[in-house]
Structures are given as C-alpha cells and as structure tokens.
Design a protein around this ligand. Structure first.
Ligand code: PLP
Length: 409
C-alpha cells in the first residue's frame, strides 16, 4: 500500500489545499470507529447530536458569525454547498419539492458564480435540475473578484426577462488563487433582489478567527449560508465540512421526509437526518471537539497565523528574485507564482514551469501542484499542515530555484 500513497499528511505537502490530521484527531477517529454510533436521529446518539451543536457553536463564535447562524456537519463542502442550493431552490416558493420542475410554467431559477468559483456549485445546479445554462458566470476584476456591478446588471436583466434569481455564490478563498469576492456588496444585492447568498469559505473560512483577517469576511454576517471546511485548514482529517445557515428551517423543509420506522417522540432536538440527503451519519463532531479542546482558540489562531506568515515570507522571497514573479494577491496561506526570466519567450514559460514542478516533485522531498491564472501555468504552494515549519517552506523554495537551473536547455 505505502508505495502507492501520496503523503497528504506530510508537512512538505504543499499541493492543492494542504491539510493535516493531528495526532489527537487520529485518536478521535479511532474512538469514533470504536463507538460506531449512527447519529441520524437525536435518540440514536444524543451525545453525537448534542456535541455537534456545542462544537459548532464554538466554531461559529470563533469565526465571528452572528448567533442566528446554525451549523450542521456534512462530509464535504460539495455536499454542504449542494444542501445550501437545495434550500435556496426550495425557498423560491415554486413548490418544486412537491411538483417537480418539468412540464410546468415556472420561472427559470438562476445561479450566479464567477470563473473562479469552485465547480461544486455548478455540479449542485446540475443535480438540482437548474441546468448549466442557468449558472451565469459573472465577470471578475483584475483581483479575480466578482464584479458586483456586473452581477447587479445581470440580475436586473434576468428579472426583466422573467427569470428567477435563486442564488449568488460568493467565495472567500477561491481554489486557484484564494481571491475574495466582495461579500458585503453581494449581500446588499442579494437583499435587494431577494436572492439567497451562499458564501464558500471552504478553505479560507478559518482565517476569520484572526482579528487582522476579519476585514476580508465583511458582509458574511448577512449571508444565508456559509461553508467552512475544518478538514482543509483546521487540522482534522478528511472529512468534515460545516454549513452555517441562517434559517436551518429552510434546509429542513427542503429535505425532511420521515419514514414510519424513524418517527420519534422527542421535540426540541435536532434529528440531523432531516437536514440533507444522508440518513446515516457518523460522529464527525468528536474530532473537531478534540482539536479545539487540545489547542484552544489561541493555539488554533497561532497556528493559522504562523502559516499565513510563512506564505507571506515566501512571497517576499519570490519577489526578491528577478527571474521569478508572484502571480496573484495572496491574502492567506497560498502563493501562486512562476518562473519568468526575461530571456524566455512567453510561449516557453508554461512548459518550463510544468517541468520545474515535475523536477521538484520527483525529488520526493515536497509535493506541489499548479493551476492556470489568466491562461498561464503557475505553480502553487499551499501551506496548511500543522507540522509545517518555516524551514520546510524554505526547502521547497530552494528546490524550486535549483530546478529552474537544472531544467534549462
Ligand atoms: N470550495 C472551495 C473553495 C474549494 O477549494 C474546494 C476544494 O478544494 C471545495 C469547495 C470542495 O471541497 P470538498 O472537497 O470538501 O467538497
């Protein structure tokens, strides 16, 4: 098995969104498997349900979200996002849950994204019968942020043509380059046109714990839903994604369907099978509880702050080298950059950067991934592993500089 493993839990894994499973979370997973509860109903594991409520109330406070937000655990952001969009669709009042969409004269629901939005939003729209044509890509500016004026123009146009704006999907920390959509502006538009605002903060959400980063989250308090993935940057192993919703009732209305054999007499409790497609649910809250109890708010903040610091220092090193360039703003712990010496033709740069990455990865000392920004191949270093040190980042940078020389000619 081991030769075929890609070592995601290694401190020098810098690809995609690097993550980590800290020892205490490994212990929690073992206990979870040992207890083996199914938290579909409150009575099928009261402790699992109650702990989910407690631990997500802590997370909500840490992220600075208003008390009105209720958190629910899903496996991944893709499923959390799907659930939010399903609630948004149900909230249109078009009776789609009862009557479906086909063969009816109803306004066509529309979803608004940018080219940098993660693909799960479009997948959710496909699965919900919205259709890809009704997922409208709003242009973004030179900072890769949604152009709010263009969004408003599009919504007005849609309304004028009898279409039904359903959901604006804004992102804090886009997948390629971690750009941040202007959520406060999107919230104003969402309110004015009665559209559901979903904020995808799957990766960057935890940075809201830092006072110095809170500004990037302005407006999230007005969202209808927000997703944050502890399995990305909060040191818990795959998988654990949290959806915070302002009106949990909207999610319940969209999904609840209680078979005779699942009816229970309890009132005033959460039966989490009512809040999504999934019936059986494992005890995911345990590992988040272990991590928060072990490190505490300060310990978690210190770690996230340190990682953002490593990324900012890396960006400075890159900017200090004449043959290298930073390719996009880097507000969090991800830096996109490329080798771009003046003597190379633009057409050669993509292949050269790809070669540099392969060369570095072949050392086995670190693992990087790449993406495209403005059509150009760029390399990415994503810092998110709890064990990563400044020396790990420095070694990756050293290997990159060596690879740039070794791949010439
Ligand atoms: N949203 C963003 C911004 C992401 O970067 C990703 C994955 O990288 C996702 C959502 C999907 O996350 P998950 O793998 O939890 O479905």
């Amino acid at each position: 098995i081991m030769p075929g493993i890609t070592h995601w839990n290694h401190p020098r894994f810098f690809a995609y969104f690097s993550n980590s499973s800290v020892p205490v979370a490994v212990l929690a997973e073992a206990l979870c498997a040992t207890l083996n509860v199914n938290a579909m109903l409150w009575r099928t594991s009261p402790a699992a349900t109650e702990l989910e409520d407690v631990v997500l109330a802590w997370l909500r406070q840490l992220l600075g979200l208003p008390v009105a937000f209720h958190g629910i655990i899903y496996d991944t952001a893709s499923i959390a996002g799907f659930t939010a969009l399903a609630a948004a669709r149900d909230s249109l009042g078009l009776e789609i849950r009862e009557r479906g969409m086909a063969g009816r004269d109803i306004a066509v629901p529309r979803v608004y994204i940018t080219q940098h939005t993660h693909s799960h939003i479009e997948k959710a729209a496909i699965a919900l019968g919205i259709g890809r044509e009704n997922v409208v890509v709003i242009e973004s500016d030179d900072k890769y942020q949604m152009d709010a004026a263009a969004l408003e123009r599009q919504i007005r146009h849609d309304v004028a043509h009898g279409l039904r704006p359903m959901c604006i999907a804004g992102t804090i920390g886009t997948t390629s380059m971690t750009s941040v959509d202007p959520i406060a502006e999107l919230a104003r538009i969402a309110k004015e046109y009665h559209v559901w605002l979903h904020v995808d903060a799957a990766y960057a959400g935890v940075a809201a714990m830092l006072p110095e980063h809170r500004g990037l989250f302005a407006g999230t308090q007005h969202a209808d839903s927000l997703v944050c993935n502890p399995h990305k940057w909060l040191f818990v192993p795959m998988d654990l994604s949290v959806l915070f919703v302002r009106k949990p009732e909207a999610v319940r209305k969209a999904f609840s369907l209680v078979a005779d054999y699942l009816v229970t007499p309890e009132t005033g409790v959460h039966n989490y099978m009512d809040y999504g497609l999934q019936l059986g649910r494992r005890f995911r809250a345990l590992k988040l509880w272990f991590v928060l109890r072990t490190y505490g708010a300060r310990g978690v903040r210190d770690r996230i702050r340190a990682q953002i610091g490593f990324a900012q220092e890396l960006a400075q090193w890159i900017e200090g080298e004449p043959d290298w360039e930073v390719s996009a703003p880097h507000p969090f712990s991800v830096v996109c950059f490329r080798y771009a010496p003046a003597e190379l033709f633009a057409a050669e740069l993509d292949a050269r950067n790809a070669a540099i990455m392969e060369h570095v990865n072949a050392t086995g000392k670190t693992f990087l991934s790449s993406t495209k920004i403005d059509g150009k191949t760029v390399l990415r270093i994503a810092i998110g592993n709890e064990g990563t040190t400044r020396e790990d980042v420095a070694l990756a940078w050293q290997l990159l500089k060596e690879a740039a020389l070794e791949t010439s000619g």
